[in-house]
Design a protein around this ligand. Structure first.
Ligand code: NAP
Length: 299
């Protein structure tokens, strides 16, 4: 019997733990966890993500601050706002929603966020801590951190002897995911667009993680029988069967056929997706504990 991971349910359990942790911090120290979310411009998808993040922060009992800046905001104005948020002791996490409008350069903005407030885990200091195996000192990028919760709930914290294959080598997902798996003692292969015979590489995986952005690329024949398959891809494809002009979301894994081979698999939507926001909340409360000099909870 294949287990289909319910990402909404796992995310809800993480959110419950975050609520408990933020309340405990407040009771013990009087510190209320604070998250600032910054959005520039009018992209509707980004506005939807930011509203969801601000709403969830409030639900977790955080101080939630949202800065909505107009499309014509300059690099200097955005940089100045980040500096103000860096200095605000009531804010433990700062998130600048990406992508920024084309005239703005996101990299210096992200790198100007204090690493201890970089709850997206994109600062080079946080990437470096993860790369050196320091999982307790930095903040880990939210989507790989969320995918890793699935892996640990399936296989436990020690992946010794297991082969893991991550398809995709982005800084946002592939590299940090591979490092998390390595830190948990898996034997890790990172595959990408230049990998030869990708199907054969994947068939070696006890844990197969796909983060490519190609609809249903991973086929049943790529999956080792009994493997755990984590699908990170989010692809919108035409769905004429639902009516003219309709579309639907699919992952990078051909779900139905791979579910017949895998032991554990995540769906799209409803798998990794809901975990990203949950881990953002987890990172924010972790940052607040550290700032208060307390041992941060683990999620
Ligand atoms: N919240 C979430 O659930 C969440 C968060 C982040 C990302 N995602 C989704 O995850 C997917 C990947 O995101 P990303 O930011 O990592 O994307 P990305 O930066 O575009 O990276 C894609 C990776 O896939 C590799 N690739 C492309 N075509 C390939 C092929 N034919 N065979 C093997 N590898 C191939 C690329 O290889 P090269 O490096 O060689 O070009 C690259 O490393 C997207 O669908 C995105 O929407 C979801």
């Amino acid at each position: 019997m294949t287990t289909v991971i319910d990402g909404k349910q796992v995310a809800a359990s993480v959110i419950d733990a975050v609520k408990t942790a933020s309340q405990a911090l407040k009771d013990q120290t009087g510190v209320k966890t604070g998250l600032a979310v910054v959005i520039v411009g009018d992209d509707p998808a980004s506005h939807a993500y930011v509203s969801a993040k601000s709403r969830m922060a409030k639900e977790c009992g955080f101080t939630s601050v949202q800065h909505t800046l107009p499309e014509e905001t300059t690099q200097e104005e955005l940089a100045a706002l980040v500096q103000t948020l860096n200095r605000d002791d009531n804010l433990h996490g700062i998130l600048v929603q990406l992508p920024l409008p084309k005239h703005l350069n996101s990299e210096p903005i992200i790198q100007s966020i204090l690493p201890e407030k970089d709850v997206d885990g994109l600062h080079v200091v946080n990437a470096g801590r993860l790369a050196t195996g320091d999982l307790d000192g930095g903040l880990v990028s939210c989507t790989p951190a969320g995918a890793m919760v699935f892996v640990k709930r399936t296989h436990g914290a020690d992946l010794s002897g297991l082969n893991a294959v991550v398809i995709g080598r982005s800084n946002l997902f592939g590299k940090p995911m591979a490092q998390l798996l390595l830190a948990a003692n898996a034997t890790v292969t990172i595959a990408h667009s230049r990998t030869k015979d990708l199907a054969a590489v994947c068939r070696n995986a006890d844990i197969l993680v796909a983060a490519v952005g190609r609809p249903e690329m991973v086929k049943a024949g790529w999956v080792k029988p009994g493997a755990t398959v984590i699908d990170v891809g989010i692809n919108r494809i035409a769905a004429p069967e639902r009516g003219e002009g309709k579309s639907r979301l699919v992952g990078d894994v051909a779900f139905d056929e791979c579910a017949e081979v895998a032991a554990v698999i995540t769906p799209v939507p409803g798998g990794v997706g809901p975990m990203t926001i949950a881990m953002l909340m987890a990172n924010t409360v972790i940052a607040a504990y550290r700032k208060a000099g307390k041992t941060a909870p683990k999620f």
